[in-house]
Design a protein around this ligand. Structure first.
Ligand SMILES: CC(C)(COP(=O)(O)OP(=O)(O)OC[C@H]1O[C@@H](n2cnc3c(N)ncnc32)[C@H](O)[C@@H]1OP(=O)(O)O)[C@@H](O)C(=O)NCCC(=O)NCCS
Length: 241
């Protein structure tokens, strides 16, 4: 750091009048900045292992992470806290409990053909789960299910989980999600349509939707080519940029 920068910083912080104090303050602020950077890096490393903190539309915080084999109690608790209506919407019929075999299936996730992401509240209780299961015959397709505990519905958690699940699916080579939605499940239809879902079929009491998963690089390319057409983007990168 140069002396000029130090002087400018000194002038920009009128509270620090003493030159010695200015230097001391500068060192402290540098240390703080380094510590913040270190903590952010550590946080990123931890996030990739244990989860990603996420703020919802209403400002509440959840931790989103992959479901583990040890999450049987967590998922059973989520199911217990679902209203009858939510259970019917999720399982397309009455469902009083999840069997041990079902809980095993829902928690034994290989993170490639079957992925599940759980959102946890501050106390570590489940707030919602989103999962995909790859189609055995059509390897580019996977069926999805999103379930948000009633007290967490309508805050943007379903949308957030679906967005993150889409990223996981792209990484696993999945290009299309399919979803079966009970007739009258407006929240689910809205969630899927907002994610780009289109109606693909109809059965008694339900509708089939498909969501195309555009590969990551394409939205950027389309935007860049559009700007190029409009004369807004340089044809070749400027070396001074
Ligand atoms: C369907 C469900 C997953 C949606 O999750 P959510 O966290 O409540 O939804 P979000 O807050 O992210 O909102 C998603 C969209 O639905 C809309 N929405 C939310 N609740 C709604 C309701 N009760 N009626 C109509 N629209 C609603 C939101 O406005 C939002 O639309 P937008 O992005 O265009 O503004 C959740 O309600 C749920 O778990 N329901 C029970 C189980 C179920 O039906 N699962 C779906 C099986 S695939």
């Amino acid at each position: 750091m140069t002396a000029e920068y130090g002087e400018a910083a000194h002038q920009a912080w009128p509270g620090r009048r003493q030159p010695g104090a200015a230097r001391k303050g500068r060192v402290t602020s540098l240390r703080r900045r380094r510590r913040a950077l270190r903590m952010a890096r550590d946080g990123e490393a931890r996030a990739s292992l244990t989860g990603q903190p996420s703020m919802l539309r209403d400002g509440s915080l959840v931790l989103i992470r992959q479901v583990r084999g040890t999450d049987v109690a967590l998922l059973a608790d989520c199911f217990d806290r679902l209203s009858e209506q939510s259970r019917r919407s999720r399982f397309l019929g009455n469902k009083a409990r999840l069997s041990s075999a079902e809980l095993r299936f829902l928690t034994r996730v290989d993170h490639h053909d079957h992925e599940a992401l759980a959102a946890l509240d501050r106390r570590g209780r489940g707030a919602g789960v989103a999962r995909y299961v790859r189609d055995h015959e059509d390897r580019g397709a996977a069926e999805i299910a999103v379930t948000i505990v009633d007290e967490w519905q309508g805050r943007g958690l379903g949308s957030k989980l679906l967005e993150l699940l889409s990223d996981r699916a792209r990484a696993a080579g999945i290009v299309r999600f399919t979803a079966t939605v009970a007739l009258g499940n407006l929240a689910s239809e809205r969630l899927i349509r907002t994610a780009g879902g289109v109606l693909a079929g109809q059965a008694p009491g339900s509708r089939e939707y498909e969501i195309s998963l555009v590969p990551w690089q394409e939205p950027f390319l389309v935007e860049w080519l559009g700007e190029l057409d409009a004369g807004l983007a340089p044809a070749r990168p400027d070396p001074r940029d």
